[in-house]
Design a protein around this ligand. Structure first.
Ligand code: PEP
Ligand code: MN
Length: 354
């Protein structure tokens, strides 16, 4: 299925990417207004704040709900920034629209749930409001695309995706592992869909925001959504990952915006070399497959099983060691040879069962 999209204008200037900023949660009128004024002064284009907060455990701050919506309206009227908030139910959608919220986003816990997504989509029928869909908490690209499709089928054509990383049991550096290959693949599948990076929820820590922003820009993301709070240490949710508008401004000034055209000219020659090497790789692989089919024929004639476990282990070990010596990760080498082996087995099966 293809998405039917309309161009979404994401305001940005030459030296800076498009940025949505604002606190994790709309806590009090004062906190919302102070943060918003400071952000507007720094040239921020769009303000975010969670009015309804999905919390892992009950008892945490679950958002002010409708009470906070007039504050968002005030932000818009006073600063001219567009305002965005998270919606998870049809009731949220109705209330957000009633108070003039400009952009709705769907959170990671909601995009993981097709029932919730369908209910949201039904409530958005016939409404022309941009909707940004965060990736589901689990690393499932189809589920993410499915969530986007449901909203799109309801007639919403101004869509964007937000990459906020994926939940994992063993937390290492990141709160949510970025797994960049997933948003990259999303871009390959739906090139016209803007993708915005959320370094705050990926990193979970202030220090990680700057490097993650840079990485996102280097990968060609269309914008950033960053949590910013007038007094981060006292935030009622996600305190560790929020930065003041001042710090955010500083982070943004340090970002290097690389130009796509300039850099491509300089690397044309290198790209040609890559194409040439890829050709050789394909050629070698097809030769390898041909030998595998010959082995298949031999196995058939001698009544041998296709899978010779000892031989397979030998290949993995030999190539793993060789890969390490060349600076390639053992996981990478193992994956490549597992895939090659899988295809060889498939081809031998064809021969044996002929
Ligand atoms: C948020 O943006 O504050 C939020 C709850 O994000 P996520 O859905 O990505 O966890
Ligand atoms: Mn948050």
């Amino acid at each position: 299925m293809e998405l039917e999209l309309e161009k979404l204008t994401l305001p940005s200037d030459n030296e800076r990417p498009f940025v949505i900023a604002g606190p994790c949660s709309a806590e009090t009128e004062e906190q919302v207004m102070t943060t918003a004024r400071q952000l507007a002064e720094k040239g921020c284009h769009m303000f975010r704040a969670g009015v309804w907060k999905p919390r892992t455990k009950p008892g945490g701050f679950e958002g002010n709900g409708e009470v906070a919506l007039p504050w968002m309206k005030q932000v818009k009227e006073e600063t001219g920034m567009l305002v965005a908030t998270e919606v998870a139910t049809p009731e949220h959608v109705e209330l957000a629209l009633k108070y003039g919220i400009d952009i709705l986003w769907v959170g990671a816990r909601t995009s993981a749930n097709p029932f919730a997504m369908q209910a949201l989509a039904d409530s958005l029928k016939g409404i022309d409001v941009p909707v940004f869909v965060k990736n589901p908490v689990n690393p499932d690209l189809e589920l993410w695309i499915g969530a986007l499709e449901r909203i799109n089928q309801a007639g919403v054509k101004k869509l964007a995706a937000i990459h906020r990383g994926f939940s994992s049991y063993d937390k290492k550096i990141y709160r949510n592992t970025p797994m960049w290959q997933i948003p990259i693949e999303l871009h390959r599948r739906i090139p016209e869909l803007p993708i915005i990076c959320d370094p705050s929820h990926i990193g979970g820590r202030r220090e990680l925001i700057a490097p993650l922003c840079q990485q996102a820009l280097d990968l060609g993301f269309d914008g950033l959504i960053v949590e910013s709070h007038c007094n981060p240490d006292c935030a009622w949710s996600d305190a560790k990952q929020q930065v003041t508008p001042d710090v955010l401004d500083y982070i943004l000034t340090l970002l290097v915006i690389r130009s796509e055209t300039n850099s491509t000219e300089g690397i044309t020659l290198l790209r040609r070399q890559i194409d040439d090497l890829d050709n050789q790789l394909m050629d070698l692989l097809s030769k390898r497959m041909r030998v595998c089919r010959e082995i298949g024929q031999y196995k058939k004639e001698h009544n041998m099983t296709i899978l010779q476990a000892a031989r397979y282990n030998e290949i993995l070990e030999k190539r793993g060691a060789q890969g390490s010596l060349c600076g390639m990760s053992p996981e990478f080498t193992a994956k490549v040879f597992e895939l090659i082996h899988e295809e060889s087995v498939r081809q031998q099966m064809e021969i044996i069962n002929k």
